[in-house]
Design a protein around this ligand. Structure first.
Ligand code: UDP
Length: 358
């Protein structure tokens, strides 16, 4: 089959890096990069490090509101889909690129495959939640990371076929874990000792776009124990600069602000951290897989299993709750969640089966 894959942001490059290889063994893939994340630190580094093929088409669409960005992507995808006439479209996760790819394809009766289907935070103020729900209802094949995700889809009576394949991000995390565990040079490069520092990420719209919430985030960061390594997402850097708050963080002793890191370095730092403090989705599960406690700067999460397992604590932007979560002890066990590292192969098998049914 000819498969049109639409990607656009950092976690999607990582997910596509898992699936693209096995997919191309049996199908023709045309990779479209919407441009949602375009700078080198959020985009190019993942293609080179993780061996993802260069995009066949680049739409160059970034910035603007969620609505206008999605609309511009849709307008750019329509002629492309007409020209390429793919047999299926493949989309990942929950971004504007996901929704535009899914809707653009569905409008031309191109079957949509959604990888990471069924995840729900049940928080409709999150743009990601809207993108997930809508993409799931457009998809013909819904590939879920977990049983909980499949249950969510059943509760919503989606029209497409639902399969639990595991999480393709776990495939990548498991592949890199041995090297990350051995790489003690990564913390040394920041002059921190393994097991003695926090790794921090924050970029969710709900935490950085609203000035009041951004102020709370800065307050929370200042309350955390140092040393801290904080790779700053460009969106967060821009909001901190606009709000005149960047200086407060730059002045904090023991806090190292860096550019966004490549996957390999980030993964090494994550494996050796005392704990991870984050509002990222992907980082929550990567922390779990690495056996590193996670403190999540959100009131809810789609990755509920990590919370239920006792390794992830939701603290929103509450400093006392965050400090208490850091002091919490963790269960000796970590049941395997989200698959065995072979989710990408199962995705391709499900796509093969879709072809047979067509
Ligand atoms: N990540 C990275 N460098 C960084 C921060 C994160 O490579 O400086 C990786 C991280 O390992 C994970 C992914 O980016 O695989 C998560 O992406 P992000 O937090 O942007 O998105 P989300 O998962 O919240 O959708």
């Amino acid at each position: 089959m000819k498969i049109l894959t639409v990607v656009g942001n950092r976690p999607q490059f990582i997910k596509a890096a898992a699936v693209s290889g096995p997919l191309r063994e049996r199908h023709e893939e045309v990779l479209v990069h919407t441009g949602q994340h375009h700078d080198d630190s959020l985009s190019r580094v993942f293609f080179t490090e993780l061996g993802l093929a260069r995009p066949d088409r680049e739409l160059g669409i970034a910035g603007g509101s969620n609505t206008s960005q999605t609309a511009r992507m849709l307008a750019a995808l329509e002629p492309l889909i007409d020209e390429l006439r793919p047999d299926a479209a493949l989309v990942y996760g929950d971004t504007n690129s996901t929704l535009a790819g899914a809707l653009g394809a569905a409008q031309t009766h191109t079957p949509v495959v959604h990888v990471e289907a069924g995840m729900r935070s049940f928080d409709r103020t999150m743009p990601e939640e809207l993108n997930r729900v809508l993409s799931d209802h457009l998809a013909e094949l819904l590939l879920c990371p977990s049983e909980v995700a499949a249950k969510n889809l059943k509760a919503e009576s989606v029209a497409g076929r639902v399969e639990v394949v595991g999480d393709v991000m776990v495939d990548v995390a498991m592949r890199w874990a041995p090297a990350a565990r051995e790489d003690v040079a990564a913390p040394a490069a920041y002059d921190v000792a393994p097991g003695a520092y926090l790794l921090l990420t924050a970029h969710r719209a709900g935490n950085v776009d609203d000035p009041a919430r951004l102020g709370m985030l800065v307050k929370l960061v200042r309350a955390l124990p140092v040393p801290i390594i904080f790779p700053l997402h460009p969106r967060t850097r821009a909001r901190l600069q606009d709000g005149g708050l960047l200086g407060q963080l730059e002045a904090l002793d023991g806090l190292q602000l860096t550019e966004p890191l490549g996957y390999v370095e980030f993964s090494s730092l994550l494996h050796h951290a005392r704990a991870v403090v984050t509002d990222s989705g992907g980082v929550q599960k990567e922390a779990y897989l690495a056996g590193v406690p996670c403190v999540t700067l959100r009131p809810s999460t789609e990755w509920v299993e990590t919370v239920d397992a006792g390794w992830n604590t939701l603290v929103d932007l509450d400093p006392p709750l965050a400090l208490a979560a850091l002091d919490r002890s963790h269960p000796g066990e970590r049941p395997p969640l989200y698959g065995d590292g072979h989710a990408a192969e199962r995705c391709v098998e499900a796509i093969d089966a879709m072809e047979m049914r067509a």
